[in-house]
Design a protein around this ligand. Structure first.
Ligand SMILES: Nc1nc2c(c(=O)[nH]1)N[C@H]1C(S)=C(S)[C@@H](COP(=O)(O)OP(=O)(O)OC[C@H]3O[C@@H](n4cnc5c(N)ncnc54)[C@H](O)[C@@H]3O)O[C@H]1N2
Ligand code: MOO
Length: 404
């Protein structure tokens, strides 16, 4: 079977994918969710010219010379504006966040004023218009401030709230089911001490990736290498409770690799591929009706790397995320590397920041796709394109930092 490129595989999995649906959530619960529609401001901010400092609201022309003498005629505090107008030679005591009264256009900070009774004298120059936030300088009513497809940050929900949205429309969370197969697998703490046992780990990492990408995740547990047993769990996973079914293990060509036969027997339109990717050669993808199925390799590092490369972008695309893919960032090689072969290599590497600010990637000593101690100690994936020539220390390279 010819190897498929990673680009072809990514496109097979994510192209044409759109958001599953829309729901309104309280703005304070919207961080990490993908905005489903453009969000326009429901009000103008600031709603009036407002003071940025504690001091005195004056007419700028009145304080062109220092010292200037002015008469204090009232007070404007946040939430309690001054009702009158500031005339020539007059000032209003004002506090940060208060509306600048009619007639005034400048605020002199109180440190630059001496006061006696109702008379103030400026003690340092203040440029006209200083210390005033103009009406609408942040945003204006009806103008979009956040756009559909954006994964909302904590900063974004501050903006949404300030734009007066109590709820925001976000993409519904994709519902993801995880399956793990293998006669050798036992849950942590539940082994019998038999040397042929392997304690499961894949679903824990995949669940974490999927949740952080915005999915609701259900782990359907361990399944024995038995066609009927796998079919039973697959049938449940496909029954409409989930949007995406993700398996790990049984994706290769061994006699006990029963995931593909089970999925096909349950009516999944499945394609099985070998990808020019290291780690992560075997890959399955398909669907039954609206339910998508992604079959990842069993080797733990392979399953996790494929989770980053395929699963996370798919979950994001199912929310209409405008930036679904992992974003490589530039770094420099901290070790010589041999030329690469046909498989795109995602090497586990640690990162070192040098005194000049440059970031250097140090490939881990072993790149075995079963070694979780190495995956855990690494900071990033060091990307080596197919047929990359030998790399030298200091050469530019690309990395995909781990996000957790
Ligand atoms: N003749 C060939 N053999 C293999 C090929 C190949 O092209 N030709 N590909 C190799 C590659 S690459 C990979 S990756 C593995 C993937 O195989 P499977 O997806 O069928 O995975 P399993 O055989 O089920 O398991 C592999 C390995 O991973 C352990 N495992 C499985 N599930 C879990 C889990 N949930 N948590 C922790 N560890 C798990 C399992 O015990 C095995 O050790 O195939 C190569 N073979
Ligand atoms: O490429 Mo496999 O995915 O060696 O572990």
């Amino acid at each position: 079977m010819a190897l498929m490129t990673v680009e072809e595989a990514t496109s097979l999995i994510t192209s044409g994918v759109t958001a599953l649906g829309v729901e309104d959530v309280p703005v304070q619960a919207a961080a990490g969710r993908v905005l489903a529609r453009d969000l326009a401001a429901r009000r103008t901010q600031p709603p009036a010219d407002m003071s940025a400092m504690d001091g005195y609201a004056v007419r700028g022309a009145d304080i062109a010379e220092t010292p200037a003498h002015l008469t204090v005629i009232g007070e404007s505090a946040a939430g309690r504006p001054f009702a009158g107008t500031v005339g020539t030679g007059q000032a209003v005591r004002i506090f940060t966040g208060a509306v600048v009264p009619e007639g005034a256009d400048t605020v002199v900070i109180q440190e630059n004023v001496s006061r006696e009774g109702d008379t103030i004298t400026t003690t340092a120059p203040t440029a006209a218009l200083r210390n005033v936030r103009k009406r609408g300088c942040d945003f204006s009513q009806s103008t979009p401030g956040l756009f559909a497809g954006r994964r909302l940050t904590g900063r974004d929900i501050m903006l949404a709230a300030a734009m007066d949205h109590a709820t925001v429309p976000v993409a519904r969370r994709p519902r993801v089911a995880l399956l793990q197969t293998g006669d050798e697998l036992v849950l942590p703490g539940q082994g019998t001490g038999n040397d042929s046992e392997i304690v499961v780990s894949n679903a824990f990492g995949l669940a974490e990736l999927a949740r952080r990408a915005g999915a609701d995740v259900t782990d359907l547990g361990l399944i024995k290498d038995d066609l009927a047993a796998i079919r039973a769990v697959v049938a449940r996973a496909l029954s409409g409770e989930f949007d995406l079914v993700v398996s790990s293990g049984g994706a290769s060509v061994g006699d006990h690799d029963l995931m593909a036969p089970a999925l096909k027997a349950e009516g999944v339109d499945l394609s099985v591929h070998k990808i020019a990717l290291r780690p992560g050669k075997p890959l399955m993808f398909g669907h039954r009706g609206a339910v998508r199925v992604l079959g990842l390799p069993g080797n733990p590092v392979s399953s996790h790397v494929c989770g980053m490369i395929y699963l996370v972008p798919l979950i994001r695309a199912l929310q209409g995320d405008s930036r679904p893919g992992p974003v490589p960032v530039p770094a420099r090689l901290a070790a010589d590397l041999p030329p690469n072969d046909v498989r795109r290599d995602f090497m586990r590497a640690t990162l070192e920041r040098r005194a000049d600010g440059s970031i250097h990637a140090i490939p881990c000593a072993s790149q075995d796709s079963a070694m979780l101690s190495i995956l855990s100690a690494a900071d990033c994936l060091l990307v080596r394109p197919p047929f990359a020539p030998a790399g030298r220390v200091g050469d530019p390279c690309e990395i995909i930092p781990f996000e957790d």
